[in-house]
Design a protein around this ligand. Structure first.
Ligand code: TYD
Length: 205
């Protein structure tokens, strides 16, 4: 049996990735592809507990980085690796690029330590495709305004999200074959067209 593909979606808060994630899952299922939709931090009982802490509890940057990688480890072992091995395509709302963008870029935490944690936790596992919903922080902030009580990340200012965006741009530049940068400021239908193009280019299905 062929292993499933590992697809991640990334972008700053308010980029609109979650809506398109569901549409992408439906698009794949229509083609007969078995799909697991999941998210980080989260995806297992333990990792969802850790998510609550990371999103709402004050902590220093190293603690934050350790917790997101602890959640990732559990998620990989319990769900992602078994699904891929069984031939299921995994669609994950955020993964390690978010750690480099938010903890590395946004918080300014040491990228070399993150890279070490990535090696320990993932043993070389990385996404086959990453859809990066790129958008200017000011536009994303308008979309988020008044939506709900902000978590520890959504409450950050535009300068924080400028650094997060730069973090994503650096990850994209370092792995151009894996990344697809999408113009997420476009109308939803135009964003979807970019996603479909990116998927067809892969010719996996
Ligand atoms: P998000 O994925 O935006 O979920 P929702 O749509 O429910 O708000 O929220 C997760 C937050 O966690 C987001 O602000 C980014 C942050 N995050 C990190 O800081 N580091 C990480 O490694 C991951 C996966 C997420």
């Amino acid at each position: 049996m062929n292993a499933g593909h590992f697809i991640t979606v990334e972008g700053i808060d308010g980029a609109g990735k979650s809506t398109h994630l569901e549409a992408l899952a439906a698009w794949l299922r229509e083609r007969g592809v078995p799909v697991l939709v999941t998210r980080e931090p989260g995806g297992t009982v333990l990792a969802e507990h850790l998510r609550e802490l990371v999103l709402h509890q004050a902590m220093d940057a190293l603690t934050e980085a350790l917790l997101v990688f602890a959640a990732r480890r559990d998620h990989l072992v319990q769900r992602i690796e078994p699904a891929l091995a069984a031939g299921t395509t995994v669609l994950c709302d955020r993964f390690t690029d978010a750690t480099f963008a938010y903890q590395g870029g946004g918080r300014g935490f040491d990228g070399a330590v993150l890279a070490q944690l990535e090696r320990w936790v993932q043993h070389g596992r990385e996404p086959d495709l990453t859809l990066w919903f790129d958008i200017a922080p000011a536009v994303a902030a308008e979309r988020l305004a008044g939506a709900r009580a902000p978590d520890r990340f959504e409450a950050q200012d535009t300068a924080f999200f400028d650094r997060v965006r730069a973090g994503y741009a650096a990850r994209c530049a370092a792995a151009p074959g894996r990344f697809e940068r999408l113009d997420a400021a476009a109308e939803p239908a135009a964003v979807w067209a970019q996603i479909e193009r990116a998927m067809r280019r892969r010719a996996w299905w």
